[in-house]
Ligand binder design. Structure first.
Ligand code: GLN
Length: 253
């Protein structure tokens, strides 16, 4: 019954939206492959977040999604100020963020990983970061969960010094130049950077597990509809098929 009601609501919204056929604006930081990144050939932002968002928008009767690229730590403000309709940027659901935005149902899980130089790294396992007397230089993207965890678990107890970058690409350059010992970031993104650059390797961790969802202004009606439509596409396998296209099962951690 609840499902039927949700479907009817999705359809009703689809009909309203179809009358004004338009796009929804999605705020993201397009430096996060395979979720959102610039396609070298087309110059457009593509990725699994973009495809899932596009499918949800179409189910709701919109023409599709329009991507607005920005720094990751600006996404929530862009959502709350109405600069974009929603945020979708491999964004982890956290209690703190829930004070500013509403999250949809989650569509993906992730784990934080450690990106290092393949040759000559001072780290041989992620646990080295926590060893007594450790003093690594850790890079993160500003305002991400990698930043939050590393700040609490490494910087505050005096186990590391940290560099915070606006874009991951700047952190990767710093890593290549030996300015930092590692980057802490979401696992599939670390694998994507390592696949593009043979000087890089990934150390797996099994801590800092998280879930990704899209965010909307608090109390947003559209957010509730979007969440229902996303759940419909999770239930019918559309989301899994898009994820599989970007993260083939044999590669997934
Ligand atoms: N999942 C992490 C977070 O939400 C990183 C997201 C990102 O850098 N795009 O903080």
């Amino acid at each position: 019954m609840k499902k039927l009601l949700a479907m009817i609501m999705v359809l009703a919204l689809a009909m309203t939206a179809a009358a004004v056929a338009e796009t929804l604006k999605m705020g993201c930081s397009a430096d996060f492959p395979p979720y959102e990144y610039y396609d070298d050939e087309t110059g457009d932002v593509t990725g699994l977040d973009v495809e899932i968002a596009d499918a949800v928008c179409k189910l709701l009767g919109y023409d599709g999604v329009e991507v607005v690229d920005m720094a990751f730590d600006s996404v929530i403000t862009a959502v709350t100020s109405g600069k974009v309709d929603f945020g979708m940027s491999g964004m982890t659901v956290t209690e703190d963020r829930k004070l500013s935005v509403d999250f949809t149902v989650p569509y993906q899980t992730a784990v934080q990983a450690v990106l290092i130089l393949k040759e000559g790294s001072s780290l041989t396992s992620a646990d080295d970061l926590f060893a007594e007397g450790a003093s690594h230089k850790v890079g993160v993207q500003n305002g991400t969960t990698g930043d939050l965890y590393a700040t609490d678990d490494l910087e505050t107890p005096g186990l590391a010094t940290m560099e915070r970058y606006t874009k991951y690409s700047d952190g990767v350059v710093a890593l290549m130049n030996g300015k930092i010992d590692c980057m802490i970031l979401d696992d599939q993104v670390a694998y994507a950077f390592a696949a593009e650059n043979e000087q890089l390797a990934v150390l797996d961790t099994d801590y800092w597990t998280e879930e990704y969802a899209c965010c909307f202004p608090l109390g947003s009606e559209l957010g509730a509809q979007f969440s229902d439509a996303l759940q419909t596409l999770i239930d019918d396998g559309t989301v899994a098929a898009i994820i599989e296209k970007y993260i083939p099962a044999e590669e997934a951690a």
